[in-house]
Design a protein around this ligand. Structure first.
Ligand code: FAD
Ligand code: NAP
Length: 309
C-alpha cells in the first residue's frame, strides 16, 4: 500500500500531524520510534498546555493525542526509521524489518538529551548517571545528588528529585540561569535545593557507582571535588537527524531547515515539524502547531504538487 503521508515520530508534532492528516482523509501511517509519546513522557505534570487548567500528566496527554489520531484512522507501526530513500517516488521509508511507501513524509523525530561527552557517562549509566529524573529519581531516596544545567529542565528535574533525595545541588556553568522566572523561583524556594554557579563537570568519580564529581570553576579555573551519589544531566537536547544521513538540509545548529513560515524542507513533499526543526521555542504547543501545518502542507502538496504551499 502507498500511504499519502508517512509521519515519523510520536511526540506532539507527530500525533498532531496524524490527527490533521487522517481527519483530512489522507491515508496516514505513523512510525512511533523508541520513545512512544516523545519527550513529554519523561516529565510529570504539564502546566502550560492549553485546555488543562489543573495541568496534565505528560503520559496522559500523549496517550490522548494517540487515541485521537487513531480515532480518525491513523495506522501506527512500532519501530525506528533507519533510512529514507528520498530519490524514489513514492518515497521509501525503511525500519529495521519493514519498508513503507509514502507520497509525502513528515519528519517529527524531535530531540534527545545531550550528554557532556565524558567517558564515565557511558560506564556509569546504570550507576547513577542519568538524563531523566522521572525515570531514575526513585533510586535517589535519602541521597545527595547533583543536577547539571541552568534551563527549565534542570529546574524541573531538581524540584522533582527533592521528592526522593535529601539534597539536590544545581551545578551551572555560569551565574545567570537560562530557565524561566517561574521555574527558577520554584526551585529557589525549595529548601532541599542549593545552587552552585560557575562550575563545570570535568570528571564523574566512582568505579561502579557515582561517588562524586570533579568540578572546575569557569571563572578562576579552581578544581574541587563534589560528593554526590547521582548526577542528572539537564544540558539540553539535540535534534534527532542521524537517520537522515545528511540527505536533508540542516541549519547551522544541526536542526532541519524549513522554508520561512512553512514546514517544507529542501526536498519537495518532505516536511519537518516540532523540535527537530526548532532550535528556538522547543515547546509542546509549538510542536503540535507545526505538526498541524505539516499535515496541511502535505495535503496541499498532494492536491497541487509543488506549486501551492
Ligand atoms: P518529541 O516529543 O521529541 O518526539 C519525537 C518522537 O520521534 C518520539 O516519539 C521518538 O520516539 C520519535 N523518533 C525519533 N527518532 C525516530 C526514528 N528514527 N524513527 C521513528 N521515530 C523516531 N514543553 C512544554 O510545552 N511544556 C512543558 O512542561 C515541557 N516540559 C518538558 C520537560 C522535559 C523533561 C523535557 C525534556 C521537555 C519538556 N518540554 C515541555 C518540551 C517538549 O517536550 C518538546 O517541545 C516536545 O515534546 C517536542 O515535540 P516533538 O513532537 O517535536 O518531539
Ligand atoms: P536549554 O534551555 O537549552 O538549557 C540547557 C542548559 O544546559 C543551559 O543552562 C546551558 O547552559 C546548559 N548546558 C548546555 N551545554 C552544557 C555543557 N556542555 N555543560 C554544562 N552546561 C551545559 O534546555 P532545556 O532546559 O532542556 O529546555 C529545552 C526546552 O524545553 C526549552 O524551550 C524549555 O523552555 C522547555 N522546557 C519547558 C519546561 C516547562 O515549561 N515546564 C520544562 C522543561 C523544558 P547556558 O545557559 O550557559 O547555555
Amino acid at each position: 500500500m502507498v500511504y499519502d503521508t508517512i509521519i515519523i515520530g510520536s511526540g506532539p508534532a507527530g500525533y498532531t500531524a496524524a490527527i490533521y492528516a487522517s481527519r483530512g482523509s489522507l491515508k496516514t501511517l505513523l512510525v512511533d520510534g523508541l520513545q512512544i509519546g516523545g519527550q513529554l513522557i519523561m516529565t510529570t505534570t504539564i502546566e502550560n498546555f492549553p485546555g488543562w487548567p489543573e495541568g496534565v500528566l505528560g503520559i496522559e496527554l500523549m496517550n490522548k493525542m494517540r487515541q485521537q489520531a487513531e480515532r480518525f484512522g491513523t495506522e501506527i507501526k512500532s519501530g525506528e526509521v533507519k533510512e529514507i530513500d528520498f530519490k524514489a517516488r513514492p518515497f521509501k521509508v525503511k525500519t529495521g524489518d519493514s519498508e513503507f511507501e509514502g507520497k509525502t513524509i513528515i519528519i517529527a523525530t524531535g530531540a534527545s538529551a545531550r550528554w557532556l561527552g565524558l567517558p564515565e557517562e557511558k560506564r556509569l549509566r546504570n550507576g547513577g548517571v542519568s538524563a531523566c529524573a522521572t525515570c531514575d529519581g526513585f533510586f535517589t531516596k535519602g541521597k545527595e545528588v547533583a543536577v547539571i544545567g541552568g534551563g527549565d529542565t534542570a529546574m524541573e528535574e531538581a524540584n522533582f528529585l527533592t521528592r526522593f533525595a535529601d539534597k539536590v545541588t544545581v551545578i551551572h556553568r555560569r551565574e545567570e540561569l537560562r530557565a524561566s522566572k517561574i521555574m527558577v523561583d520554584r526551585a529557589k524556594s525549595n529548601p532541599k535545593i542549593e545552587f552552585l554557579p560557575n562550575y563545570e563537570v570535568i570528571e564523574i568519580l566512582g568505579d561502579k557507582k557515582v561517588e562524586g564529581l570533579r568540578l572546575k570553576n569557569t571563572k578562576t579555573g579552581e578544581l574541587k571535588e563534589f560528593k554526590c551519589a547521582a548526577v542528572f544531566l539537564a544540558i539540553g537536547h539535540q535534534p534527532n537527524v542521524g537517520f537522515l544521513n545528511g540527505k536533508i538540509e540542516l541549519d547551522e545548529r544541526g536542526y532541519i531547515k524549513t522554508e520561512s513560515n512553512s514546514t517544507q524542507t529542501n526536498i519537495p513533499g518532505v516536511f519537518a515539524a516540532g523540535d527537530v526543526a526548532d532550535s528556538r521555542y522547543r515547546q509542546a504547543i509549538i510542536a503540535a502547531g507545526r505538526g498541524c501545518m505539516a499535515a496541511k502542507e502535505a495535503g496541499w502538496y498532494l492536491e497541487d504538487g509543488e506549486n501551492k504551499k
